[in-house]
Write a protein that binds this ligand. Structure first.
Ligand code: IFM
Length: 459
């Protein structure tokens, strides 16, 4: 039996824009994702989050579903424009009331809440003033975060400032695949710095008002980078990609510094005028835990000679290509399935960054699921994926990591950003015409794991 520690949090994760819908109801303001989705050509199939899973109306049913699965925690995000429509100024009581009702209902069902304060739906009014490239947004974020925690405080176990600032910065401002759709390296690094600054300011602000028993941290998307070969060029390229994907965020949050190897490369390209003397001390605000989102590893080759088929370029300054992992199955999204990367990541954080409490705040896979003739959704690939990753998480605990919870991405099939509704990550199938929910076979398997607080050896 692979048993997990007592009081382990077993949950699923979602994010506001991906599930709520109701984008124009009860005083919600506009977000950058509303604008982006309604810009032709930006999102697959022209899909939008206008209705999504209609969780804004079906939240009771969704909580009851989690309770039936026996889950003891739920990670969701607050939509900034729903509670503070312009990102500054007055708060919207109707928006806050929605989250208050959700929190109360979760508590009634014995489900601990893990709340993310920013999962990418920036108020459009702030983007109109530069968004995360504008330093002022960091301060706005801290003010918003503090007020949300003050007003919703009771009953939240984990407060997370940001979800995956790497994605916000690099996909939102670096290559423009995500909202707000800016493609400029310098903007990406300014945005990354202001996101980190916003995290540091918000973490302090949240701590000053949060209820006893709550804790505050941040969630990073992390991806072990390993060389495609033993050549010195590939090893060095992998180290640069590690700096770009992992250390650029881990180091400032947990050590109060940017990694000098990458900073040295970036200095001539993006300058440093956006970094003020005390900023990194602010970014290194004490955190009670680190949230880790893990999906895949990067196999990295030095960009020299001709690329191999399937090689994907990283930004030019990294002089590196992402190479498909050989002989590894991939998910529906094409992501290599490499559970050992999760063990490696959790043990690395534990040994290199201090023995701090860790949560896997996201891990999961999209597969081309379908409803069978019997009305059931059988997804053995997802069950196998989760089983292997949970065993990998267990290995990390055995090696000493203080892992305290696991949140499967995702509770529901939902709006997968630039991929629209084409990628299904849910434990629960959603019919996007009727909004009917059907727990997949993986959900029933996960319920068994939760009830045993672990996995059986043959599972
Ligand atoms: O859907 C996203 C989520 O919003 C953030 N982390 C990765 C997931 C899958 O792509």
């Amino acid at each position: 039996m692979y048993s997990f520690p007592d009081n382990f949090l077993w949950g699923t994760a979602t994010a506001s824009y991906q599930i709520e819908g109701a984008v124009s109801e009860d005083g919600r303001g506009r977000s950058i994702w509303d604008t982006f989705c309604h810009t032709p050509g930006k999102v697959f199939h022209g899909d939008t989050g206008d209705i999504a899973c209609d969780h804004y109306h079906l939240w009771r049913q969704d909580v009851e579903l989690m309770a039936r699965l026996g889950l003891n925690s739920y990670r969701f995000s607050v939509a900034w424009p729903r509670v503070q429509p312009d990102g500054a100024g007055p708060f919207n009581q109707a928006g806050l009331d929605f989250y208050r009702r959700l929190l109360d209902y979760l508590a009634e069902h014995g489900i601990a809440a893990a709340v993310t304060l920013y999962h990418w739906d920036l108020p459009q009014a702030l983007q109109d003033a530069g968004g995360w490239t504008n330093r002022d947004t960091a301060g706005r974020f801290a003010d918003y975060a503090q007020e949300v925690v003050r007003r919703l405080g009771d009953g939240v176990r984990l407060w997370t400032t940001l979800n995956e600032p790497w994605v916000s910065a690099h996909l939102g401002y670096g290559n423009g695949i995500h909202a707000p759709g800016v493609a400029d390296l310098s903007s990406a690094y300014r945005a990354a710095h202001h996101l980190l600054l916003g995290h540091g300011l918000a973490a302090r602000a949240v701590r000053s008002v949060m209820a006893p028993g709550s804790s505050v941290g941040i969630t990073l998307s992390l991806s072990p980078a390993r060389p495609a070969s033993g050549s010195a060029a590939d090893v060095e390229a992998a180290a640069r990609v590690d700096g770009y994907a992992n250390r650029w965020f881990l180091d400032p949050v947990l050590r109060g510094e940017y990694p000098e190897d990458l900073a040295g490369l970036l200095r001539p390209l993006v300058g440093e005028d956006h970094v003020r003397p005390d900023d990194l001390a602010t970014v290194q605000a004490p955190v009670d835990f680190l949230g880790v989102n893990y999906y895949f590893c990067q196999t990295v080759a030095a960009a020299q000679g001709a690329p191999l088929p399937g090689d994907q370029p990283f930004p030019d300054f990294l002089r590196a290509w992402g190479r498909p992992s050989p002989a590894v199955p991939v998910t529906g999204k094409g992501w290599p399935i490499e559970p050992e990367g999760l063990t490696q990541l959790l043990t690395r954080i534990d040994t290199e960054y201090g023995h701090l409490p860790l949560y896997v705040t996201e891990n999961g896979a999209a597969f081309p699921d379908y409803v069978g003739p019997d009305g059931a959704v059988n997804d053995p690939e997802r069950t196998e994926y989760l089983d292997r990753h949970l065993k990998a998480a267990h290995d990390a605990i055995a090696a000493g990591a203080d892992l305290r919870g696991y949140f499967c991405w995702s509770l529901l099939d939902n709006f997968e950003w630039a991929d629209g509704y084409s990628q299904r990550f849910g434990l629960v199938w959603v019919d996007f015409k009727t909004r009917e929910r059907i727990p997949k076979s993986s959900a029933l398997w996960y319920a068994g794991v939760v009830s045993r607080n672990g996995l059986l050896p043959g599972e």
